[in-house]
Design a binder for this molecule. Structure first.
Ligand code: FAS
Ligand code: PHB
Length: 388
C-alpha cells in the first residue's frame, strides 16, 4: 500500500490531521490499535480553546459542535468558602466552548466515513522504518498477516504509550517529566451541572472541579491520593467529598445522581523534544502530557496538528521550509501550556505534607487573583489559549 502521510493513531490528533490533509487533496492512512468502539468509549477532555473550535470548523467537523456545544465566557474559582468569576470576554475578548472530546472523535470518524477515509483498526506490531530517508515505510500486523505502507511522511499521533516517540533514537530524544503526588477521580452523572461555568475549587482537604458535557450531563473531579483506587469510592462517598470541597451555596443546591462513568487519572507534566525525527513528526500526547487543571491536553493536540498540517501542506505546495520549523513552533506553544498547567495545578491542589503557611500562601494567591484585573487577564489569555 502507498500513501502520502501514514498516521499512527486514530484519536483526535490523528483523525483531525487526516481530515485537514484530505481537504487539501493530500492522501493519508490512519492505523489505530484499538477498535472504534474502544476509542469512542473514552471520557476525556471537555473544554475547547477558541483556536481548537476554529480548527475543527476549518476541518469541516464543527456543525454538531456549533449546535450542541456550550459557549462559556469565563470560569469560576473558589477558595475559603468563596467563589468568583474570571470573565474571559471582559479581559481578553474571547470565549471557550464546552464540547466533549468523545463527541469530537465521533464527528471526525463520521467525516472520515463520509469520504471513505482509510482508517485501519485492530493493528498491532506497528514499526516505523527508514525515517531518516525520503522514503519511510511502516509495517503493521493485521489479522495475523504483516502489511507494509510506503509513504512520504509518518505522523506519530499515537498518544503517550504509542510506538512513535520510541522510534526516535535515545541519543537524540530529550525528555522532561514532573509527576504530581496525586490523581483526579472523575465522575460523569446524568444530572444538571452544579455551576453554569467550569468551577475550580481549592480546599484544605484537596482540589475539586465542576464541569459538564451539556445541561443534563455533569462531569466532576476530586483530587485523590496516588495510591487510591476507584473501587474505594462509592457514589455517596464521592458526592460527600465533593460537596465538602465546594462553597456552601453551590454544595447545598447541587443535584447528585448515580455515576455512569467513574475513573482515576494520574497527573503529570511531560515533554519530549524534538517533535521531529527525519520524516517522523510527533503530535499530541505522543509528544507531551499536561495535568488537566488547565484543560490543555486536547487543545495542545489541536495546535500541534495546526502546525503539522501547515508544514505538510506547504511541502506539497512547493515550500518545504515549514517542515524544518515544525518542532520549534509546536514546542514554543507546548512549553507555555505546560507552564500554565503547572502554575494552576500548584495553586489549586493540596500537596502531601503541605504546611499551614503553604495553604495560606495558596489562598493568598487566589485572593490576589480575585482582586487583580491583571492577574485575571493573565489567567484568561492562557485559559482561552494563546494565539497559534
Ligand atoms: P490519544 O491518546 O487520544 O490517541 C492516541 C491513539 O493512538 C489512541 O486511540 C491509541 O489507541 C492509538 N495508539 C497507541 N499506540 C498505537 C500503536 N502502536 N499503533 C496504532 N495506534 C496506537 N485533556 C484535556 O484537555 N482535558 C481533560 O479533562 C483531559 N482528561 C483526560 C483524562 C484521561 C484519563 C486521559 C488519559 C487524558 C485526558 N486528557 C484531557 C488529555 C487527552 O484529552 C489527550 O490530550 C488527547 O486524547 C490527545 O489526543 P491524541 O494525541 O490523539 O492521543
Ligand atoms: C472536563 O470537563 O472534563 C474538564 C474541564 C476543565 C478541566 C479539566 C477537565 O480543566
Amino acid at each position: 500500500m502507498r500513501t502520502q502521510v501514514c498516521i499512527i493513531g486514530g484519536g483526535p490528533s490523528g483523525l483531525l490531521l487526516s481530515e485537514l490533509l484530505y481537504r487539501h487533496g493530500i492522501d493519508s492512512v490512519v492505523l489505530e490499535r484499538q477498535s472504534r468502539t474502544h476509542v469512542l468509549g473514552r471520557i476525556r477532555a471537555g473544554v475547547l480553546e477558541f483556536g481548537t473550535v476554529e480548527l475543527l470548523r476549518r476541518a469541516g467537523v464543527g456543525a454538531r459542535m456549533d449546535r450542541q456545544g456550550i459557549i462559556h465566557d469565563g470560569i469560576v474559582v473558589a477558595a475559603e468558602g468563596r467563589a468568583f468569576r474570571v470573565d474571559f470576554r471582559q479581559h481578553v475578548g474571547k470565549q471557550v466552548m464546552v464540547y466533549g472530546q468523545t463527541e469530537i472523535t465521533q464527528d471526525l470518524y463520521d467525516a472520515a466515513d463520509a469520504r471513505d477515509g482509510r482508517i485501519i483498526h485492530g493493528v498491532d506490531a506497528v514499526t516505523l522504518n527508514d525515517l531518516e530517508t525520503d522514503a519511510p515505510w511502516v509495517s503493521y500486523g493485521l489479522d495475523g498477516t504483516t502489511e507494509r505502507i510506503d509513504c512520504d511522511f509518518v505522523a506519530g499521533c499515537d498518544g503517550f504509550h504509542g510506538v512513535s516517540r520510541r522510534s526516535i533514537p535515545a541519543r537524540v530524544l530529550r525528555e522532561y517529566e514532573k509527576v504530581y503526588p496525586f490523581g483526579w477521580l472523575g465522575v460523569l452523572s446524568e444530572t444538571p451541572p452544579a455551576s453554569d461555568e467550569v468551577l475550580y475549587a481549592n480546599h484544605p482537604d484537596g482540589f475539586a472541579l465542576c464541569s459538564m458535557r451539556n445541561t443534563a450531563l455533569s462531569r466532576y473531579y476530586i483530587q485523590t491520593s496516588l495510591d487510591d483506587h476507584v473501587d474505594n469510592w462509592s457514589d455517596q462517598a464521592f458526592w460527600d467529598t465533593l460537596r465538602r470541597r465546594l462553597p456552601a451555596h453551590i454544595a447545598d443546591t447541587m443535584i447528585t445522581g448515580p455515576s455512569i462513568e467513574k475513573s482515576i487519572a494520574p497527573l503529570r507534566s511531560y515533554v519530549a523534544e524534538p517533535m521531529r525525527w527525519g520524516r517522523l513528526f510527533l503530535a499530541g500526547d505522543a509528544a507531551h502530557i499536561v495535568p488537566p487543571t488547565g484543560a490543555k491536553g486536547l487543545n495542545l493536540a489541536a495546535s500541534d496538528i495546526h502546525y503539522l498540517f501547515s508544514a505538510i501542506s506547504a511541502y506539497y505546495d512547493g515550500d518545504p521550509d515549514l517542515l524544518d520549523t515544525y518542532s520549534d513552533r509546536a514546542l514554543a506553544r507546548v512549553w507555555n501550556a505546560i507552564r500554565f498547567s503547572w502554575w494552576f495545578t500548584e495553586r489549586m491542589h493540596r500537596f502531601p505534607g503541605q504546611t499551614g503557611i503553604e495553604q495560606r500562601l495558596q489562598e493568598a494567591e487566589i485572593a490576589y487573583l480575585e482582586q487583580s484585573e491583571f492577574a485575571q487577564k493573565s489567567l484568561a489569555e492562557n485559559y482561552v489559549g494563546m494565539p497559534y
